[in-house]
Design a protein around this ligand. Structure first.
Ligand code: G3P
Length: 230
């Protein structure tokens, strides 16, 4: 499963990239507004760091406006994916932009019927918001299961990009269900790594190592030759 970072914060993106953990980034107007920076230079800088798909959301409600913005966004960098909302106007824009070979991530998806229409509009990605469904006692991961079944029945090429991820189990469940991608805040990515037994185990290894006498711990101090022939 691919992992995207749901962030427009370059410090977080650089850190996650350095771990080798992320394959792309998703942004939205809320995340971009948090950074308080000029939109295009920020997204261009993110593309330079990520070198993978970077979703950039349109900021209008009508198809003509989304198409107009989508063309400009796509011209900014080859890694840009245009985000359109799952509305009738958003589907219309998705169809037109896709016809122009511009990749679209259809966002704010909350039902299997919406996801079916996103695939029929030619979306490259669909973003079901599992956390926001769970937040109102819905079944976020059940939606992923339904979309996966529908897409498999008809060999749709639209990639399932699980979004609105709140905790590591959303990521684990998404992987078990065979979602293509999960996008998550840095805090969730960080929580994927951390386990108390790992920390405790490492502490124990190194404490035991410290008990070994120094004489038993010598090794070559010289830099190893390009290929140590001994
Ligand atoms: O960016 C799309 C989605 O991941 C946002 O989710 O619910 O955390 O705002 P949320």
């Amino acid at each position: 499963m691919k992992i995207f970072l749901d962030s427009a914060n370059l410090t977080e993106i650089r850190e996650a990239k350095a771990w080798g953990a992320i394959d792309g980034v998703t942004t939205n107007p809320t995340l971009v507004a948090k950074e308080g920076r000029e939109f295009f230079p920020l997204l261009k800088e993110i593309c330079g760091v990520v070198q993978g798909p970077v979703s950039m959301e349109t900021t209008c409600r009508d198809a003509e406006g989304m198409i107009r913005e989508g063309r400009v966004f796509a011209a900014l960098d080859p890694h840009i994916v245009v985000k359109c909302p799952l509305t009738k106007e958003g589907l219309r824009a998705t169809r037109q932009l896709t016809n122009e070979q511009i990749r679209v991530n259809v966002t704010l998806c909350f039902s299997a019927s919406q996801a079916l229409l996103a695939a029929k509009a030619g979306a490259c990605f669909v973003s079901p918001f599992v956390g926001r469904l769970d937040d109102i006692s819905g079944d976020g991961m059940g939606l992923i299961r339904d979309i996966k079944a529908i897409y498999a029945n008809y060999a749709f090429s639209t990639q399932i990009l699980v979004a609105s991820v709140r905790h590591p189990m959303h990521v684990v469940e998404a992987a078990k269900l065979g979602a293509d991608i999960a996008t998550m805040p840095f805090a969730v990515l960080d929580a994927l790594v951390t386990h108390p037994l790992t920390a405790a185990g490492l502490d124990r290894f190194l404490q035991d190592w410290e008990r070994l006498p120094a004489s038993a711990k010598t090794w070559k101090t010289a830099e190893p030759s390009a290929r140590d022939t001994r």
